[in-house]
Design a protein around this ligand. Structure first.
Ligand code: SF4
Ligand code: SF4
Length: 161
C-alpha cells in the first residue's frame, strides 16, 4: 500500500502494470491513483471507454487491451496520476504530464527522476504534445522520454539541465 508520504511503492505499481506483450504493442495508460477519492475525469475523457470505476470514489481500472494510448486521460487527470508507457521497437518510453512553463524540446537531454525526485538516469525527450486538459479551455503538455528499459516502472518525472 501507499507509504505514509503518499508515494506508491514498487509493489503498488507492479500490481497495476501492463504485460510486456501489451507494452511491446505501443503506448498504454497506467494510473497511480490508489486512494478512494471522488474523481472521474479519466473515465469521462477516454474515447474508447477503456477506464471504468465501480463507483465515483473507487480507484480507476484501465483495460489495457482497449487502451489505444491516445493520452487524453493523462492530460485530463487533475492529480497528474496517469502516464503512458511503451516498449514498442524495444524502446522504453514514458509519457509524463508537465505543468511548468519552460517546456523542453524534442531531442533535449534531461535527468530522469523517480517518484521522490531523485535522479535515476539520463533521459532524452522524444516527443512533446499538447492535449486538452480537464476544463477543455486549456491544454496540458505531455512529454515523452526515452529511458533505460529496467526503469520503466520507476521514472515518473524529469528535470531540465
Ligand atoms: S490513453 Fe486514451 S485510450 Fe488509453 S485509457 Fe487513456 S484516454 Fe483511454
Ligand atoms: S482523473 Fe486522475 S485523480 Fe481522478 S480518478 Fe482518474 S486517475 Fe485518479
Amino acid at each position: 500500500m501507499l507509504e505514509m508520504d503518499g508515494v506508491p511503492t514498487l509493489d503498488d505499481v507492479m500490481g497495476n502494470f501492463p504485460s510486456e506483450e501489451r507494452l511491446l504493442k505501443g503506448f498504454v495508460a497506467v494510473h497511480e491513483c490508489y486512494q478512494d477519492i471522488p474523481c472521474n475525469p479519466c473515465v469521462e475523457s477516454c474515447p474508447v471507454h477503456a477506464i471504468s470505476m465501480e463507483k465515483l470514489t473507487s480507484p480507476p481500472v484501465i483495460d489495457f487491451d482497449k487502451c489505444t494510448g491516445c493520452g487524453n486521460c493523462v492530460a485530463s487527470c487533475p492529480g497528474l496520476a496517469i502516464f503512458l508507457l511503451s516498449l514498442k521497437n524495444g524502446d522504453a518510453q514514458v509519457t509524463i504530464p508537465y505543468e511548468m512553463i519552460n517546456v523542453p524540446e524534442k531531442g533535449e537531454k534531461v535527468d530522469g527522476l523517480d517518484r521522490y525526485g531523485k535522479k535515476v538516469c539520463d533521459a532524452q525527450v522524444v516527443r512533446v504534445v499538447k492535449l486538452p486538459s480537464l476544463d477543455k479551455t486549456s491544454k496540458t503538455t505531455l512529454v515523452t522520454l526515452e529511458i533505460p528499459r529496467e526503469l520503466l516502472p520507476v521514472v515518473r518525472s524529469f528535470r531540465r539541465r
